[in-house]
Ligand binder design. Structure first.
Ligand code: C2E
Ligand code: MG
Ligand code: MG
Ligand code: MG
Length: 278
């Protein structure tokens, strides 16, 4: 709505639009300062080996406590960080922090875990990404076999470049997975071209697994496909014992979701693992 406010003076935004725009501007400015001001933290969500019920990995999920706006979901600020390019410093910070934390758990005598870090396409495609990863490992002392990078199907768009980077990362001994599998618009042919280790079944398929026969068919098919391709398969968004039971029956390897734990601060992971070895 364009409101006329006297001659040559138009107010283009409605109050609601103003609010959206100013929130966005606040977030964008805040993102720039957020790292220096230590406003970001990382929470970790356990990944469980289904047959044995042991925690074998954790996914690192960033959290942002904005000084004025409170806790902001990554679903809101990650897309903004991608648009503005700020995902590059933020993503590098998460990667390093996750590696540092994983090494600290190992040094504290906890059973070794694989740590999974989400990597956005823009970050993956920045020049020198493999060196950024290699530096994070070297500087934190974490062995590469304990690091997993979660990529999305969108990286397939630039496939020649992506494949060469993936080979470089594989050569370093890093574990690669496809996050939110089945929600991108890519053809399946990339599965034979890309040197990946695992598929993460998107939570939108897991959610109604037992109520919707189409979701069940998709989950079942993804698990079988992973088996046939020699890939590990993990289901995200597992919230009930019935869903877990189904996944066990279908030989899905791992599960992650509120049924086990929400993403939690690092101290809580130490407690969980401590209980596991006690
Ligand atoms: P994702 O990588 O698919 O992560 C899983 C999301 O599902 C997380 O949301 C997690 O808290 C949530 N979740 C886990 N279990 C359950 C469950 O049983 N039920 C339900 N309803 N949800 C569950 P979160 O932490 O809000 O993160 C949202 C997205 O933001 C992530 O989706 C990821 O795409 C992105 N993200 C988070 N941290 C980072 C990061 O450090 N870097 C990048 N590039 N993206 C990140
Ligand atoms: Mg993820
Ligand atoms: Mg993701
Ligand atoms: Mg996901």
């Amino acid at each position: 709505r364009v409101k006329e406010q006297g001659k040559n003076n138009f107010q283009f935004y409605t109050p609601e639009m103003n609010e959206v725009v100013s929130r966005r501007m606040n977030l964008e400015i805040g993102l720039r300062k957020g790292i220096q001001k230590n406003e970001f933290t990382v929470h970790y969500q356990p990944q469980v080996d289904i047959p044995t019920g042991t925690v074998v990995g954790v996914e690192a999920l960033i959290r942002w406590q904005h000084p004025k706006l409170g806790l902001i979901s990554p679903a809101e600020f990650i897309p903004l960080a991608e648009e503005t390019g700020l995902i590059i410093p933020i993503g590098e910070w998460v990667l390093r922090e996750a590696c540092r934390q994983n090494k600290a758990w190992q040094d504290a005598g906890l059973p070794p875990l694989r740590i999974a870090v989400n990597i956005s396409s823009r970050q993956f495609q920045q020049s020198g990404f493999a060196e950024v990863v290699s530096r994070a490992l070297k500087e934190t002392g974490l062995e590469s076999k304990y690091l997993e990078l979660e990529l999305t199907e969108s990286i397939v768009q630039n496939s020649a470049h992506a494949i060469s980077i993936m080979h470089e990362l594989k050569g370093m001994g890093i574990f690669l997975s496809i996050d939110d599998f089945g929600t991108g618009y890519s053809s399946l042919s990339y599965l034979k071209l890309f040197p990946i280790d695992s598929l993460k079944i998107d939570q939108s398929f897991t959610r109604n697994l037992l109520q919707d026969s189409k979701d069940e068919a998709l989950v079942h098919t993804i698990i079988n496909m992973a088996h046939n391709l020699g890939l590990k398969v993990i289901a995200e968004g597992v919230e009930t014992g019935e869903q877990l039971q189904y996944l066990l029956l279908r030989h899905c390897h791992e599960a992650q979701g509120y049924f086990f734990s929400k993403p939690v601060p690092p101290a809580r992971i130490s407690e969980l693992l401590g209980e596991q070895i006690a």
